[in-house]
Design a protein around this ligand. Structure first.
Ligand code: NIG
Ligand code: FE
Length: 407
């Protein structure tokens, strides 16, 4: 028996990120007055509404815009505790440092598995309501073998995109023995974490891990089948980006302080530059220069970095708005980076597009076009969200008779 097919028609403006529609003057592969046909968990057809094939069901989008679900390729959501006071102190002039991470480590260790799982569920639901259908998340607030492994186990029950970040900062117990902590991270901690993780990450930064330590950790992870991604050049122009490119990392994240050589290295590689404007916003720091990266030819992703210390937002729309307003990105570039770019950073081809064969992760906006994500900052525009063909969320004022995956 074939799955029921449903056409969503009357889409005012459809972002496909599909090369069969995109071109130099249409980077998002926009289709006006469009339709999308969904069968089961997949998109099977896209194009002009007037050419939509016959389907079992039909639903009218009422001229709204439809986009691929946001791909949030960088977050830190397995934690407990609150650092609102640290944020307030920062807004009165205190600088952000890597050391704040230890505050969250203490609270996370004290939390039960059930508490951490429930908190993660709340964050994932919060992200979904804002159009995010894929979330990568990291360990890094446990820093013991037991606490890192349980963080990743809890995360892996909810998303396939899990990242081992035992090397977030040196655990407090190893304050006088950083080399001993690197041995732990590359030895017993890696053994316990690798079964629950897809990626390995290091905070390569002053106050965290230097280039040699980062190389040892990423190489050990890679030997266990984990693909590297790197917290690189966030606070200073360190060796992180060059290391990420050299090791074939999927992504170099933050990229706030880059040299010309760093930009050239990213542009000449398959390593995605993942920009996290929430971090600069919440630490009152200078934004990364997205324009230089894009003009050089680098692939750019936008992500929230949602975490309790440096960027406590789950809103990809907010990141798009800031990237457009303050980082030199056009609305088209920012929306592409938040969808297709995130998928590239996770080396996924089934998400980040609305194209035949893609997973039916769809984000309906209560707006005529994607530009409104930046044009109407702070306004909750998400009208409905489908994940793998299932209607997972719908705004109270939106009716969708006959919608794929329910009403
Ligand atoms: O990506 N840079 C390292 N980790 C986080 C901050 C974590 C924290 O302050 O708790 C980040 O910004
Ligand atoms: Fe981060």
């Amino acid at each position: 028996m074939t799955a029921t097919s449903t056409a969503v028609t009357g889409i005012g403006s459809l972002v496909t990120n599909d090369p069969s529609f995109s071109g130099a003057d249409n980077p998002l592969g926009l289709v006006r007055d469009a339709a999308v046909v969904v069968e089961g968990d997949r998109v099977v057809w896209t194009g002009p509404s007037s050419k939509a094939p016959p389907t079992d069901n039909r639903v009218d989008a009422g001229g709204r815009a439809l986009l691929p679900g946001f791909v949030d390729s960088h977050s830190h959501l397995i934690f407990a505790g609150d650092r609102g006071a640290e944020f307030a102190a920062r807004m009165s002039g205190r600088p952000y440092t890597a050391g704040g991470i230890r505050t969250t480590v203490a609270a996370t260790r004290a939390a039960s598995d059930a508490e951490l799982g429930a908190a993660l569920d709340r964050f994932l639901a919060e992200a979904l309501r804002q159009g995010t259908t894929t979330v990568e998340t990291k360990s890094g607030y446990g820093l013991t073998v037991h606490d890192e492994a349980r963080a990743l186990r809890i995360a892996a029950e909810r998303t396939p995109e899990t990242t081992y970040l035992g090397a977030h900062v040196v655990a407090p117990e190893y304050a006088d023995d950083p080399a001993g902590y690197v041995d732990l991270v590359t030895g017993p901690m890696l053994d316990a974490c690798a079964p629950h993780a897809r990626w390995v990450d290091v905070f390569c930064e002053e106050g965290a891990f230097d280039g040699d330590q980062a190389r040892a950790i990423l190489t050990a992870g890679a030997a266990r089948g984990l693909v590297p991604r790197v917290h690189a050049n966030q606070l200073t122009a360190g060796p992180g980006v060059q290391l990420a490119v050299e090791l074939g990392a999927a992504s170099a994240d933050h990229c706030t302080h880059l040299t010309g050589a760093d930009i050239d290295a990213l542009a000449g590689s398959a390593t995605v530059a993942t920009l996290l404007p929430g971090a600069e916003f919440s630490t009152r720091a200078v934004y990364p220069d997205a324009r230089r990266l894009l003009d050089a030819g680098a692939t750019v992703a936008l992500s929230t970095d949602c975490n309790p210390g440096s960027s406590f937002t789950s809103s990809m729309a907010f990141c798009v708005a800031v990237a457009v307003r303050d980082m030199g990105m056009t609305p088209d570039e920012a929306v592409r980076a938040a969808t297709y770019g995130g998928a590239r950073a996770l080396r996924r081809t089934d998400i980040g597009t609305v194209a035949p064969g893609a997973r039916a992760d769809l984000h309906l906006l209560d707006a005529p076009g994607h530009v409104h994500l930046a044009y109407r900052p702070g306004v909750p525009l998400t009208a409905a969200v489908w994940q793998a063909g299932e209607l997972r969320w719908r705004a109270g004022h939106v009716t969708l008779e006959g919608a794929p995956g329910g009403t």
